[in-house]
Every structure is written in C-alpha cells, then in structure tokens.
Write a protein that binds this ligand. Sequence first.
Ligand SMILES: Nc1ncnc2c1ncn2[C@@H]1O[C@H](COP(=O)(O)OP(=O)(O)OP(=O)(O)O)[C@@H](O)[C@H]1O
Length: 331
Amino acid sequence: MGKDIGIDLGTANVLIHVKGKGVVLDEPSVVAIESDTKRVLAVGEDARRMVGRTPGNIVAIRPLMDGVIADFEITETMLKHFINRVGGKNWYSHPRILICAPTNITSVEQKSIREAAERSGAKEVFMEAEPKAAAIGAGMDIYEPSGNMVVDIGGGTTDVAVLSMGDIVTASSIKMAGDKLDDAIIRYIKTKYKLMIGERTAEDIKINIGTVHPGGRDAGMDIRGRDMVSGLPQTISITSGEIQEALWDSVSSIVSAAKSVLERTPPELSADIIDRGVILTGGGALLHGLDELLATELRVPVLVAEDPMHCVVKGTGIMLDNLDRVVKKKF
Ligand SMILES: Nc1ncnc2c1ncn2[C@@H]1O[C@H](COP(=O)(O)OP(=O)(O)OP(=O)(O)O)[C@@H](O)[C@H]1O
C-alpha cells in the first residue's frame, strides 16, 4: 500500500509530510547541475551552499520563481529526488500526493505543478490553495461559519485570504515576498555604497538586522561585497534603519494587498477577524516588526503563527487524513 504525502512546493523551500510520520523533509528548492552534461550534482541544502559560488560549468538553479514552476524539468528532477529520499524502499506502490499552490495562478501553471507531481511517481494528485493549508496548519478552525484571515509570506508570493466554512471568501496573491525583499536590499546597497552583494548576503542582512517597524530594531552588521568602482572586495557597515528604508516600498505592497482583502470582506466576517486577529505564516512572517506594522495599518490584532515556515506542510498533513472528503482535485 502506498502512503499519502503532503508537499509544500515552495519557491524557497520544499517540505514533505508523510502520513503517519509527520514532516520528514525540509530542504531549499535548489538544484546544482553541470551545464555541459546536464548532470545533477546536488539537490537541496548541498546545492544551496553553491548559489553564487559555482565555477563556470556548474549552475545552482532555483526551478521555481514567484510561486510557480520556472523550469519544469529541473522541478521534476528535484521532486523525484525528494520523494525518493523520503520514501526510500518503503514505497510499495506510488503515493497519493497533496500539493499546494498560490491562489491566483493560471490553469497552465496549475497543470504544470500537477504534471510535475504525477511524473515524480504520484498515483493520484490533489491540489489545494496555499493559504487554506497555511490557515489549517496554523491551527485555525476554518470549517466554522466565521471569518479567519491569514497572510502567508513565502519566498516568491504573499497570499492573503479570508476563509469561512472551509473555503476562501476573499483572497489576493502578489509576487512580492522574501526574494523581492532580498532584491530590494541588493539594490539599496548598490545605489548607496556602489557595492555589489550576493543573494545569500542580502538574505542574511534581512534576517539578522532587517526590520520594517520604525525604531523597532537597532542593530548593525559588517557586510562584504565587490566595490563597483575599484572592482575589489570591500567591507562596509550597515544598520537596521537603512534596511528599513530599503524594504519600505516592497513591504508597502504587502500591506496594500492585506488591506484590499479586508476591504472586500463581508462585514460579519470582518467583525470575526477583529476578535480573532490576522495570522501570519510563511518565512516572511519572521521579518522583524512586520506583525506590528500590519497591526497598525490594518487596525486589527496580528499574530505570528507558531512555527510559521511549517504551517503549509502541517496543513497538508491534517488534510491528508480526510483527503477524499475535504480536497477537490482541482481548485
Ligand atoms: N527570520 C526571518 N526574517 C525574515 N525573512 C525570513 C526569515 N526566515 C526566513 N525568511 C524568508 O522566508 C522566505 C521563505 O519562506 P517559505 O519557506 O515560507 O517560502 P516558500 O514556501 O518556499 O515560498 P512560496 O510560498 O512563495 O513559494 C525566504 O525569502 C526567507 O528569506
């Protein structure tokens, strides 16, 4: 008998839940390949360490971009690799797979996610909207007739949704999330200091000293990059205040997306959201000060879910228990 598995196929990370076992895999969505032979050299964390550090004939690819598949073959290779790793020799037959996707992707994009899962060995593929899985994984009771609002900020997309009676009432999905915040930091440092830094450094800055709440954090960091004028390596010091400035425009789009969903929400459900608060999930929920900024802007309580990066995959795990009943094959 095959086991059912739930997959959070994210732009930044892939997480897999195996029914009866829990979350068994949490790896970056990166594949390193030799460009001339197309041979796969590493997948996941091993490949991530190579990002920005590969010699000419090796490329470290992130096959998903903005929440959707950018490179189909590499996504399939990556999924197969991860599914085999968690199943090992124990897959007696092909598993049923529940996989999540952002809410506003096109039917072609949906089809390509489904096909990648099918070609990775699934017997049957079920798809579910990411914010629904996130809300369930965050412990919200979305099956009651009351309003629950979730903001899931990943690497590629921010998905905002109000859910009631098991379904999405209003939603918005924007291609503004962790990756674009890193890009904003790269651009800021390039413009202000004429210093080129890599994606990994930008992410480290965001996590270690970044904030979006005025005066919320007062930290500093020495960073290294390549001076654009001399072409030589250089070290500079930056502060949390500068990163807040760098992130301002990008974070404003996340705030606007959340506002627009609230504005379209029926008043009874809005009243429930005032009582229960908005729940933040995804890695972006950990961005320093985002909860406070959203609470100020939306004028409702905002809470970060426990273990926000695991909410979607945990949600798939809970839905696996009732796969035939609660999940549609299409959404
Ligand atoms: N402490 C932190 N502060 C700010 N951002 C963080 C922190 N920890 C992780 N992140 C960011 O969270 C993002 C990854 O989150 P997550 O794994 O939820 O995304 P994903 O599910 O792969 O993406 P998507 O749902 O968009 O496809 C990355 O951009 C990462 O930089």
